[in-house]
Write a protein that binds this ligand. Structure first.
Ligand SMILES: NC(=O)c1ccc[n+]([C@@H]2O[C@H](COP(=O)([O-])OP(=O)(O)OC[C@H]3O[C@@H](n4cnc5c(N)ncnc54)[C@H](O)[C@@H]3O)[C@@H](O)[C@H]2O)c1
Ligand SMILES: [Zn+2]
Length: 366
């Protein structure tokens, strides 16, 4: 047998800038145009963003190739939409000198990022996130993908954006339930990484709910710094990124057991309480810490107990199938105190006995 070694040179390090402001959408096109002078532009958005007037604000009267995802939301986050986008780009005779511009929430951002990563073996993507989830989480970090008929994000790539522009005024048109649920990722960021940010959220909760732009801008800065620093330290999700999974092990199971009746953030709210109860069971916390966390989630109108319709068995069954499980049981991200992830033996996620999780689930019905 012959053997030939092929050396692949280290990939060049790269960086991108996140710009944050209020009412900046109308001025963005010029910036994008000057940053991508040589590129053809292709916009991906969804029909709600068109009816909210955001697409027009972005492109003005310019004649820009655009793909509008319809219906909006998770149901369209599949391989068929991806194929239609790629084929629309081909029909528009676009080549590798194209930049994809994603104007939308996490659904649009994930699909458009995925399309950009595979179109002609990869073209840049610019993210313009329009939801609390996307501005705090999905637009930064480079994870892209679509769902299969069996599971979420079954197809996907790591494809970092070439730039991110956050206009917090875009959140004005987001409905209240989506707006509030998306804020749970901000609470999560504060819990795992920044006690001052948690204080800020507590102090400014009314202004946040009133969508005051200066407060939302400040939040976006906190969120992006945290998300970016974790993604930067662990771009391919080998270990440290697991801290972002805080509240998500039980949360994902609850989301899925609810048949996606609960929004992601609503389920993660329950998952964060579960993590807090696990911390108490494991002697990592006293109850007063959990009371603070519960109080802020309640102010966001988030559920903090399990709906009776979801059984413990159902939830445990789904936890066992968690994609991060080894021997059918996942590790759990936990915090040591507000603002600091718990680390032991260089690990960012930990073994928790199944009995503890069962006990915690029982408590979550109370
Ligand atoms: N890539 C990542 O790292 C990452 C992280 C978190 C979540 N996600 C993904 O993000 C998706 C969820 O994202 P989402 O919560 O933003 O949902 P979404 O993109 O589906 O948006 C929710 C709804 O709000 C509408 N909408 C969006 N912005 C609006 C605005 N400004 N005004 C009015 N309506 C608006 C959308 O049309 C949609 O109907 C999931 O698929 C999830 O897997 C990805
Ligand atoms: Zn999440």
């Amino acid at each position: 047998m012959n053997e030939i070694k092929v050396k692949i040179p280290a990939v060049k390090a790269s960086s991108y800038t996140i710009k944050i402001g209020a009412n900046i959408l109308e001025s963005l096109w010029e910036q994008i145009d000057s940053a991508f002078k040589e590129h053809n532009k292709f916009v991906v958005t969804d029909s709600n963003l068109v009816s909210a007037g955001h697409l027009t604000k972005l492109i003005g009267q310019r004649d820009i190739e655009t793909y509008v995802i319809e219906p909006p939301g998770e149901t369209s986050k599949n391989i068929n939409t991806l194929t239609s986008i790629i084929e629309a780009m081909e029909k528009a005779c676009l080549g590798r000198d194209t930049v994809v511009i994603a104007l939308g929430g996490g659904t649009v951002g994930d699909i458009a990022g995925f399309a950009a990563s595979i179109f002609k073996r990869g073209v840049p993507v610019v993210q313009i996130p329009t939801t609390t989830v996307a501005q705090a989480d999905s637009s930064v970090g480079g994870k892209t993908g679509v769902d299969s008929t069996i599971s979420k994000n079954a197809f996907g790539t790591f494809w970092h954006p070439a730039a991110v522009y956050i206009d917090v005024a875009l959140l004005d048109t987001l409905d209240d339930r989506q707006f509030r649920a998306g804020l749970v990722e901000s609470v999560k960021h504060a819990l795992i990484a920044d006690a001052k940010y948690f204080d800020y959220l507590e102090t400014n909760i009314d202004a946040i709910l009133q969508r005051e732009p200066d407060v939302l801008e400040k939040m976006a800065c906190f969120n992006c710094r945290i998300k970016a620093s974790v993604a930067q330290a662990d771009p391919m999700e080998k270990n440290q990124r697991r801290m972002l999974n805080y509240g998500h092990t039980v949360g994902h199971a609850v989301e899925s057991a609810s048949g996606f009746d609960l929004l992601h953030g609503e389920a993660i709210s329950i998952g964060i309480i579960a993590a807090g109860l696990i911390e108490i069971e494991m002697g990592l916390a006293k109850t007063d810490r959990l009371d603070r966390v519960k109080s802020i989630l309640k102010k966001l109108n988030m559920p903090t107990t399990l709906p009776l319709a979801l059984t413990k068995g159902q939830i445990l069954g789904i936890i066992r199938m968690d994609k991060k499980s080894v021997n059918k049981w996942p590790k759990f991200a936990l915090i040591e105190k507000i603002g600091r992830i718990y680390r032991q033996n260089e690990q960012w996620a930990h073994d928790v006995d199944q009995q503890i999780v069962e006990k915690v689930l029982d408590k979550l019905y109370e």
